[in-house]
Design a protein around this ligand. Structure first.
Ligand code: HPA
Length: 256
């Protein structure tokens, strides 16, 4: 079953035909909220708002382990993570949608592994490609099918937050090769990998990163809300198409 983790701008999934909600207890504490189960275009799916239903959990306080554990426990077969980001690369304008292919982790002090060394063998997982290649391709295909412009590829900088970056920090991220910046990409991606769950991100550019373009003198989110809402509408359409194409894939596998 496809699982969607929604971030700022996507705290509910209006195209999810909800059948039930479940509060899940995990060995790692409470997830951000109840898991919502239902169907998207007839296909089973589940949804979890990363920042809670009232959008009250800041990025550094999200219980990423509980969230991922809960989705895995409820048989997620793939995770689409939706989040807003700041655009660093010059072509990434507010409203743009990106499917990143790499990540650099600048966060600190977050619980970033399920392998805590409590008696089990030391485990080093491969993370060369942090996002699942097939899932990324399927997202790109869904966008192409609908004629929705999305940029495939990009290096996501995961910063600690909750404050936004300084202009000098953004310059440093750019020198490091980062194209976009957000606060929630890690440890979400690595925890999904530790659980063996295919994971890909849909990043929606909410603003120019600090010191760039319209954020040259500061970041003013209020004016960007409309842009973000428009882009999230397109993201919802892509998720619907993904669900439909997954069903088509299953049907043709059965009839082959
Ligand atoms: N920086 C970090 N996270 C963000 C930004 C940003 O500029 N915009 C949206 N999430």
């Amino acid at each position: 079953m496809l699982a969607i983790i929604g971030g700022s701008g996507l705290t509910t999934l209006s195209n999810l035909d909800v059948s039930r909600r479940e509060v899940v207890r995990t060995p790692y504490g409470e997830p951000s909220g109840a898991l919502v189960f239902g169907q998207i275009c007839g296909q089973p799916a589940m949804f979890l708002p990363r920042h809670g239903y009232g959008h009250t959990i800041p990025p550094h306080m999200v219980n990423y382990r509980a969230n991922l554990w809960a989705l895995h426990h409820h048989q997620a077969t793939g995770i689409i993570s939706v989040a807003s980001v700041g655009g660093i690369r010059a072509d990434l304008q507010p409203g743009e949608i990106v499917i990143p292919d790499q990540i650099i982790d600048y966060t600190s002090g977050r619980k970033a592994t399920f392998f805590e060394g409590n008696g089990s063998a030391v485990t080093h997982i491969d993370f060369t490609e942090p996002y699942d290649h097939d899932l990324r391709c399927r997202i790109a295909e869904a966008g192409a099918k609908l004629g929705i412009a999305m940029k495939s590829g990009g290096v996501y900088a995961a910063t600690q937050g909750p404050r936004l970056e300084t202009a000098a920090e953004i310059n440093r991220l750019e020198r490091d090769g980062c194209d976009l910046v957000g606060m929630t990409g890690m440890p979400e991606a690595v925890l999904a990998r530790e659980l063996g769950l295919p994971y890909a991100a849909i990043s929606v550019v909410a603003n120019h990163a600090a010191g760039r373009g319209s954020s040259a003198r500061g970041i003013h989110f209020e004016s960007l809300d409309k842009v973000l809402q428009g882009a999230m509408g397109r993201v919802r359409a892509v998720i619907e198409e993904l669900a439909v194409s997954a069903a088509r894939g299953r049907a043709s596998a059965i009839s082959a």
